[in-house]
Design a protein around this ligand. Structure first.
Ligand code: FO1
Length: 323
């Protein structure tokens, strides 16, 4: 087998995974990659079905992402959001109508309109996602982890209230302490497509995404840990924690708040059952012995994907470590 005919499966969250996949597509042919994507962040607003991680990956791989924000489309306009602002003063207290705390750009809205209409016709999210990918001319396969409803819920430490992931992440700007992460899924199952991708890939990479709220939901589906553990030697994870801090988002604080070590060692402990190797940045080289003591081979490679070349080199190292 050469890199040109290696099938790679990637467990993916949002921005970090999208940048990793962009690099991986410079290493193996895009059509040989299947990304199994978290849908625990999905939400409904304005009656629309919104799948942020799927869209972040789609727009990134299409070269259409807003590079500063890391989500949404470059050159976006916000006229619909601005126009919704008119209704703020008249909205009853407990109504979500016309919400403007979650920003949907005018062109991004088209993706949610299409997805919502197709789901209402009875299509599976897997099929709708394939259609959206084709419309953006991606050759890489994006596979939602499940076709069933799955919602990540966050228990806030101060109030004990349970809020949806987007409430925590966007409305509360992930600036509040977390007591627990809970998954509402009523027995949702990994799709057959995602299971087959994990089973038949030559290598599996766990992208540098939040291990608790991006990769955690995927692993919470029945069979995922079992499928990964059965082929653990060819599963490599990339730490999203570099020098004790999250590359993006609240992963470092969340690990600490939930009693885990906010370092590559904490990440290694979480992934030990399913991954044989963990890729860590040179900033964490002094923790390599502790990663290995946790039962995971430590591979050192620059992990901050500041340029496409850095993403490519990181992806190449992962594949090398897994094959
Ligand atoms: N993130 C924000 O911080 N603020 C937003 O208003 C926001 C809107 C949004 C709309 C569509 C979309 O696909 C993503 C959006 N995101 C926004 C990003 C998203 O909340 C997070 O990046 C992920 O859920 C975490 O992976």
């Amino acid at each position: 087998m050469t890199l040109r005919d290696a099938n790679i499966a990637v467990l993916a969250g949002g921005v970090g995974a999208a940048r990793f996949l962009r690099g991986l597509r410079l290493v193996v042919p895009p059509r040989m990659i299947a990304a199994i994507v978290n849908t625990g962040d999905d939400t409904e607003l304005h009656g629309l079905s919104i799948s942020p991680d799927l869209d972040t990956i789609t727009y990134t791989l299409a070269g259409a992402i807003d590079p500063e924000r890391g989500w949404g489309l470059a050159g976006e306009t916000w006229q619909t959001m601005d126009a919704l602002g008119r209704f703020g003063p008249v909205r009853p207290e407990h109504s979500e109508a016309g919400a403007t705390w979650f920003n949907l750009g005018d062109r991004d809205m088209a993706t949610h309109l299409y997805r919502t209409a197709r789901l209402a016709e009875g299509a599976r999210l897997t099929d709708v996602t394939a259609e959206i990918s084709r419309a953006w001319q991606l050759e890489t396969r994006l596979l939602p982890m499940t076709d069933q409803r799955f919602r990540t819920m966050i228990t806030l430490a101060d109030s004990g209230d349970d809020v949806s992931f987007q409430d925590y992440f966007v409305r509360l700007r992930h600036a509040v302490p977390v007591a627990a992460v809970r998954f509402e899924h009523g027995g949702a199952e990994l799709t057959a497509e995602a299971a087959s991708a994990i089973e038949h890939a030559d290598a599996v990479v766990i992208a540098p995404s939040n291990p608790l709220v991006s990769i955690g939901p995927i692993r919470a589906l029945g069979r995922v840990d079992e499928l990964l553990a059965a082929r653990r030697d060819s599963v490599v994870a990339v730490s999203p924690i570099v020098g004790g801090s999250a590359l993006k988002g609240p992963a470092d604080r969340m690990l600490a708040e939930l009693g885990l070590e906010p370092s590559v060692v904490g990440v290694a402990e979480l992934y030990r059952p399913v991954a044989a190797a963990l890729v860590v940045d040179p900033a964490d080289a002094e923790l390599a012995d502790r990663v290995e003591a946790a039962g995971v081979r430590c591979v050192i490679e620059p992990s901050i994907m500041s340029t496409p070349e850095r993403s490519r080199a990181l992806a190449a190292r992962c594949i090398d470590a897994a094959l």
